[in-house]
Design a protein around this ligand. Structure first.
Ligand SMILES: Nc1ncnc2c1ncn2[C@@H]1O[C@H](COP(=O)(O)OP(=O)(O)OP(=O)(O)O)[C@@H](O)[C@H]1O
Ligand SMILES: [Mg+2]
Length: 350
């Protein structure tokens, strides 16, 4: 019997063969394929699959995930625990390899890279910030020494000036000579961000960077990401559980069961909203992510598959694995429970 991994690979290679055979029914799909300029994006991710194999079980952590991120964008990814957020970040950061699908970052095909190319990619293209900064910080060194250390290991020159510049960028110049153990959680996270920027990455990946700090500090860290994004143009992808924080970015992608399910796009950008608030003299906080500030878009994949938000299904008591009626109504597609008509006619008779 085929294992799940082998089956997925087989399906993907059949797909590739079909595309390579050219003059068959997939002609129009092929034409569409060639129209996608993958290198235009910082991240182009299509039908991405990741299967973890342990002793005797296989976990499909990413089940055909589609995502594009523009160059210079600052965006967030939300999703329940186990939905595949960290798995996706690890793939983007070259820490692990996808099982199948397409993943292009900054024009580089991560599925086709050799080990040496992947190593170079990790060193030159991406920076990582984790929730638990113990992973790359040393408590008995000062903030400055922590930032300088990876540069020493990488054999960089002009280290002192660069380390001081990075500490300044994250607003920590005044604490540079303090040992890590003397800094607050938020300050330690700033050191981690400075380190992540030390190789001047094009893409900064942050996995729950605010998971271990209080709400106010979390908000300040998000502001720092925005400032860095604006000041140096680095593309930033932040994974967060916190819907409150995701209001501070212009696009939030929700992942469910290893697939992108929907996107929340700001009606007016966060920067504009801030400017409006300042201009009107109204203090106070910007509202949470909701209907008034964001448009929710369901993600449609290339095969026309759509994930309907669970709340919508629950509201109409539609079972996720059941069937729905689909009707085309002038300018819209309407979905409703299969028994709806019957219910309506009964209602009409009564
Ligand atoms: N190294 C691994 N080996 C086996 N299974 C794994 C491995 N890493 C993750 N998984 C599984 O893959 C799925 C997705 O995990 P992932 O860590 O990406 O979720 P997440 O969305 O980051 O969750 P959380 O919000 O809890 O961090 C889970 O079912 C998890 O158990
Ligand atoms: Mg995670």
């Amino acid at each position: 019997m085929y294992s799940l991994l082998r089956m997925v690979r087989l399906l993907m290679s059949n797909e590739e063969n079909r595309n390579m055979n050219g003059n068959n029914n997939s002609g129009s799909e092929e034409a569409r394929d060639s129209m996608v300029d993958e290198s235009r994006y910082m991240i182009y991710c299509e039908n991405l699959v990741k299967i973890y194999k342990t002793a005797d079980i296989e976990v499909v952590a990413l089940q055909g995930l589609d995502l594009t991120v523009e160059k210079g964008e600052l965006m967030a990814i939300i999703g329940n625990s186990g939905s595949g957020k960290s798995t996706l970040l690890n793939m983007l950061g070259g820490l692990d390899r996808p099982s199948a699908g397409r993943l292009i970052v900054d024009g580089k095909d991560l599925l086709k890279m050799s080990d040496t190319e992947l190593y170079k990619y990790k060193r030159e293209t991406v920076g990582f910030v984790w929730q638990n900064n113990a992973r790359n910080l040393i408590p008995y060194l000062t903030a400055y020494q922590n930032v300088e250390l990876p540069m020493i290991l990488a054999g960089k020159s002009h280290r002192r000036a660069h380390a001081l510049e990075l500490l300044d960028m994250v607003g920590l110049s005044h604490r540079k000579n303090n040992k890590l153990s003397q800094l607050s959680g938020g300050e330690q996270q700033r050191v981690a961000i400075a380190i992540a920027l030390s190789n001047s990455p094009k893409l900064l990946l942050a996995d729950e960077p605010t998971g271990a700090v209080d709400t106010k500090t979390a908000s300040q860290i998000l502001d720092l990401f925005r400032e860095l994004n604006r000041a140096i143009g680095v593309t930033i992808v932040i994974v967060t559980h916190d819907r409150q924080l995701s209001r501070k970015v212009d696009r939030v992608v929700a992942i469910r069961d290893g697939r992108t399910s929907s996107e929340f796009v700001r009606k007016i950008s966060y920067a504009e909203e801030l400017a409006n608030l300042e201009a009107s003299g109204a203090g106070g906080a910007i509202g949470t992510m909701g209907e008034d500030s964001h448009v929710e878009l369901a993600v449609l994949d290339r095969a026309g598959r759509l994930q309907i938000p669970k709340e919508y299904l629950d509201a109409l008591n539609i079972k996720a694995r059941g069937k729905v009626k689909v009707e085309l109504e002038e300018d819209r597609i309407v979905l409703y429970p299969p028994d709806r008509e019957e219910t309506n006619s009964k209602a009409a008779v009564n």
